[in-house]
Every structure is written in structure tokens, then in C-alpha cells.
Design a protein around this ligand. Structure first.
Ligand SMILES: [Zn+2]
Ligand SMILES: [Zn+2]
Ligand SMILES: [Zn+2]
Length: 366
């Protein structure tokens, strides 16, 4: 039996971690700062900037109170430590409580400092102040412009809740847990610096490619920051964004599901048992593209020989005729385009003899 204080410590650590980094399960259960304080935070639609100023301030206060919460919980979980009576507690716990109180007081002090002169010391207000011009005097005018544009339904918005990306007619915003990065589109240029491919798998139903874009501004007061989005959202971003986007030379962007799927298809085929070409057979060029040798052969691997399985696959007796890319494109083209999550598991007819095959039956010619 674990002592109750160790159990509590572990549980509290997990809770604190999840509360700060809010995985989806926590989010759907509503255990987020936004949800718990929603009545005080007001509506993001009505005043986006004011909402974010309040939200980041409350987030800081709540997160900095987590160590105090731990101490309070330990008072109950481990009564033998006498934590409820400060003078009886051990020196280590006294120091912990003192530090936790300091942390909480410091964050209150910081919030008080931010809130002076109608929150003009807040980091978000300062980020907006960087965009004040003679025509747009003061950060309040910038805030009004952002609030107005945020209410429009044609804004581009994407990203995980801890790193949302919002593009309005004039502005590019990145909303993180403690801050909002602001760049004005006309001052900005973007560079696609990285792309990361996630193959289709049982956990993620659709293949995805995550792009990282660096946002840099000619305004020296705006620090460069990174935004992330899925490659399938890239064209939508380009439509909304008037700023130039450069692409680092080694980054390839796959904008459609079929293009993304091709990588998954190829990776899966590499895992299958290769087909050893009989010595008298010669490989011809792929009849789809005529560019590369036909490198695939369909062999029914998905079910055991002779077993009565409900697989629709049939043995194909065609010689190698297609390259892997052409076969992958064929495979993708025969799928339900609306339901990419079904693609990996489905069967399609061989392009030549129409015997059905699935992704497990695609063998590379060895
Ligand atoms: Zn081909
Ligand atoms: Zn065939
Ligand atoms: Zn099969």
C-alpha cells in the first residue's frame, strides 16, 4: 500500500501538468482557465484584446497558485507532517510554503503593475503599442482594429488551443497560453522553415503534414515568432495573407490528402515482404508514367493461404507493370475522398486485371 502522501503527490503532479498543458481530455472535460473563469473573462468575440489581457493575467495567477494548492492538499493527505500548523512543520516544508507564497505574491504584484494606466503595461498592450502610428495613436486604437477584424467571419483561424493562429485582414496573431504575438501583415514576411510528416496510423485517421512558418517583421519592435499549421490549410492561409511567403529549399508542401497519402502508401509498401523477381523476367517501364521501372507486384498477403477469410482480396497474376507512385495514386483515386480514415483498410481493383488488393498486398520488386 502506497503512503497517501506519495499517492497525492503523484496525482497532483499529473493534475498540475495536465492543467498547464491541457491535453484534449482535460479540455473536453472543461478543466481550463478559460472555462473556469468564463463569466469574468467575458466574450472573446466582443473584445478580443481585452479578453486576452484578462485571460493571460488569470492564467498566470492560477498557474502560480499550483504550489500553494499542493501544500494545502498535503495538509489533508499527510496530517502527521503537521503542515496545518506552520511552526510544527519541518524546515523543508516551511521553505516550500514561503516560496509558494512568494511566487503567488510576485504574480499578484506583476498583475497590479500590468493593470496600471488601464493595462498599458501588460505585455499584450506593449505588443500592440509597437504598431501604433501617427494615424493609429496609442495601443487602444490598434486594439479596436483587431477587435473589429476578429469579429469578421472571414478571418483565418487554426491551430491547437495553446498556439492558435489567427489571420485577419490587417493582422497576423498567435495566441499562446501567456501571450499574444501580433504582426501587421504589411510589415511581415513569412518563411516556411520546416515540415513534419505524420503518416496515417490507427491513432490518426488522416495523414497530416505540419508546417512551421517563421513570421518576421520589418518593425524592429516585433520579435520574430513561429506559427504551425497543417499543410492542407496552407492554401487558405495564402488566400488570407497578403504578406510574401518564402519556402526554405528543402521543404516540400503536400496540400492535398492524396499527396499526403502517397507517403503513407510508400512507407507501408516498404514494410511488406519484397517480391523476388524470377531471373528470366525483365522489368519494363511503368505503364502509368513511363518514367521509371515498374517496381511493384501484387501478392495476396493480407490473409493466410487456404484460410477462409472474409477479405475481398484476390491473387493478381499480372507481371510488375506499375511504379509505386502510380500505384499509390491509383489506390488513392479509387477511395472515398470524403473519408480518408477508411483508406488504409480498403481494397481496390488491380489497375490491369481488376483483382482486388489492399495495401498489405503491395510488394516492391526486389
Ligand atoms: Zn509510374
Ligand atoms: Zn492484376
Ligand atoms: Zn489484401
Amino acid at each position: 500500500m502506497e503512503p497517501p502522501d506519495a499517492t497525492f503527490t503523484l496525482a497532483y503532479l499529473v493534475f498540475a501538468f495536465c492543467f498547464v498543458f491541457t491535453p484534449n481530455e482535460f479540455r473536453s472535460a472543461g478543466v481550463t482557465v478559460q472555462n473556469l473563469f468564463s463569466s469574468w473573462l467575458g466574450s472573446e468575440e466582443v473584445g478580443f484584446v481585452q479578453y486576452q489581457v484578462r485571460r493571460t493575467s488569470v492564467t498566470l495567477l492560477v498557474h502560480s497558485a499550483l504550489p500553494l494548492g499542493y501544500y494545502a492538499g498535503m495538509c489533508i493527505a499527510a496530517p502527521e507532517k503537521n503542515l496545518a500548523y506552520f511552526t510544527l512543520a519541518s524546515a523543508g516544508w516551511q521553505a516550500f510554503l514561503a516560496l509558494s507564497l512568494c511566487l503567488q505574491l510576485l504574480s499578484w504584484g506583476l498583475i497590479l503593475y500590468w493593470s496600471r494606466r488601464q493595462w498599458s503595461n501588460h505585455p499584450i498592450s506593449r505588443a500592440l503599442q509597437a504598431h501604433a502610428t501617427p494615424q493609429r495613436a496609442g495601443w487602444g486604437v490598434v486594439a479596436t482594429s483587431i477587435n473589429t477584424e476578429f469579429r469578421r467571419i472571414d478571418k483565418f483561424a487554426t491551430g491547437a488551443p495553446g498556439a492558435r493562429v489567427i489571420v485577419t485582414d490587417t493582422w497576423l496573431l498567435k495566441v499562446t497560453t501567456y501571450h499574444v504575438h501580433v504582426a501587421q501583415q504589411t510589415d511581415t514576411h513569412l518563411t516556411v522553415t520546416d515540415s513534419r510528416q505524420h503518416h496515417m496510423s490507427p491513432d490518426s485517421a488522416t495523414p497530416t503534414q505540419i508546417l512551421t512558418l517563421r513570421v518576421a517583421s520589418i518593425n524592429p519592435a516585433v520579435k520574430p515568432f513561429d506559427i504551425r499549421l497543417m499543410s492542407t490549410e496552407y492554401s487558405e492561409l495564402r488566400e488570407k495573407l497578403h504578406a510574401p511567403i518564402r519556402r526554405a529549399t528543402n521543404v516540400v508542401i503536400h496540400q492535398t490528402i492524396s499527396e499526403l497519402f502517397l507517403d503513407t502508401f510508400k512507407a507501408q509498401a516498404q514494410l511488406n515482404q519484397p517480391y523476388l523477381l524470377p531471373s528470366e523476367m525483365e522489368v519494363e517501364a511503368c505503364i502509368g508514367c513511363m518514367q521509371v521501372p515498374a517496381g511493384t507486384k501484387l501478392i495476396r498477403h493480407c490473409c493466410e493461404e487456404g484460410s477462409d477469410s472474409d477479405s475481398e482480396c484476390r491473387q493478381c497474376f499480372c507481371r510488375p507493370m506499375w511504379c509505386l507512385s502510380c500505384l499509390g495514386r491509383w489506390f488513392a483515386s479509387r477511395q472515398d475522398q470524403e473519408r480518408p480514415e477508411t483508406w488504409l483498410a480498403s481494397c481496390v481493383p488491380c489497375p490491369t486485371c481488376r483483382s482486388k488488393f489492399c495495401i498489405l498486398d503491395v510488394c516492391l520488386v526486389g
